[in-house]
Ligand binder design. Structure first.
Ligand SMILES: Cc1cc2nc3c(=O)[nH]c(=O)nc-3n(C[C@H](O)[C@H](O)[C@H](O)COP(=O)(O)O)c2cc1C
Length: 341
């Protein structure tokens, strides 16, 4: 099986919810939430793609040959590349139920571990979404980053306890899910969380805590003050609000505000190793990728996830060689030109 076989199979099994377009850019699926798309006019998703397209790479091949090293260390672990699988839940609601939550979790958790990276796993209105995906993480030695929704405090605390028992290296909270209308409709509302509450969750976890869905420098600073390990600069793939900024456009402003107090992850529209490179050059420590991994998992299960990750790493290496970056730490702002300004 190669990556093209994965795409072909995915195209056959994901219809009608995902068309597996040549570039996953949010145009065909505008407004399709539930579904694989983004909210309202779909601009939060499509503008993220346009933003990254306008960040250009400074090519330089006048140097010695070398093998680029894409490895990074985060939350006390070494990874093959600064790439993580974003949490995606609702296989039946958003896709067509071809894969169960457990099958999807197995594909991304196992495929990620095989490729030397990790998957974030989701939470959802049915408690089994969290417990079933955590059970998969347990089968793989806890090698996943469970993502808890911002439920009422007691429910969050009991999930944090489950994460601790599973032995995961870190946990996350998609704080932006507070606005997800389907959670309210299903009678399981989620809520915004204050800096004090985040501090309590970080304390209770006792392992690195990552807050996902941060889009301003002020909110990032409150996370840093709460003692969280890192944030994911993210608009939830454009599924929460229409007309949010492209997450990658906020990296440098947030970095300027928090310095090295937080690890900065970013997601939204990242598709290739060149996109990963651009986000790192803009100041991120690592990226998350969502929809392309759902396609990889539907088309090839764990093998599809591994193949897509290997493709990303090969593209990242090629970009690093052609910009004279031997290691991830050498990817700096002078390696790109941001045409968005
Ligand atoms: C169908 C679907 C379901 C998602 N479910 C979750 C979820 O349960 N928890 C979460 O934190 N993010 C969820 N996300 C958002 C992703 O984690 C991620 O932020 C987003 O997909 C990144 O954008 P990309 O798909 O363009 O890479 C979901 C996204 C999609 C498309």
């Amino acid at each position: 099986m190669n990556y093209n076989d994965v795409l072909e199979k995915a195209r056959a099994v994901m219809a009608p919810n995902c068309r597996v377009c040549p570039v996953c850019n949010g145009i065909a699926c505008r407004g399709e939430v539930p579904g694989a798309g983004s909210k309202g006019n779909g601009e939060s998703f499509t503008s993220s793609i346009r933003y990254l397209n306008e960040v250009k790479i400074m090519m330089d091949a006048v140097h010695e040959d070398f093998e680029p090293d894409t490895g990074v260390s985060l939350f006390g672990m070494d990874f093959a590349a600064p790439v993580f699988v974003a949490p995606i839940g609702g296989m039946k609601l958003n896709y067509n139920g071809y894969m169960s939550e457990t099958e999807y979790a197995k594909a991304v958790v196992e495929g990620a571990v095989q490729a030397g990276i990790l998957a974030f796993t989701p939470d959802g209105p049915a408690p089994t979404i969290f417990s079933d995906t955590l059970a998969v993480a347990k089968d793989f030695g806890g090698m996943a980053v469970p993502t808890i929704k911002p439920w009422e405090k007691e429910k969050v605390m009991s999930r944090i306890e489950m994460v601790r028992e599973t032995g995961c290296p870190a946990f996350a909270m998609d704080i932006d899910a507070a606005a997800l209308i389907n959670l309210k409709l299903l009678g399981t509302p989620a809520y915004p969380k204050s800096q004090a509450e985040l501090a309590e969750f970080a304390q209770a976890g006792g392992i690195p805590f990552i807050v996902k869905g941060i889009m301003t420098a002020d909110a990032a600073k409150r996370c840093a003050d709460a003692g969280v390990y890192g944030i994911v600069i993210s608009s939830h793939g454009g599924r929460i609000l229409q007309d949010t900024l492209p997450p990658a456009s906020m990296i440098s402003e947030i970095r300027d505000r928090v310095g090295d107090r937080l690890k900065l992850f970013v997601d939204g529209g990242i598709r290739t190793g060149a996109d990963v490179f651009k986000c790192l050059a803009l100041g991120a420590d690592a990226v998350l990728i969502g929809r392309p991994y759902t396609i990889a998992a539907h088309g090839g299960r764990e093998e599809g996830v591994r193949l897509y990750t290997e493709k990303l790493i090969a593209e990242l290496k090629e970009t690093m060689l052609m910009t004279d970056c031997r290691s991830i730490g050498e990817i700096s702002g002078d390696k790109i030109r941001n045409m968005n300004r």
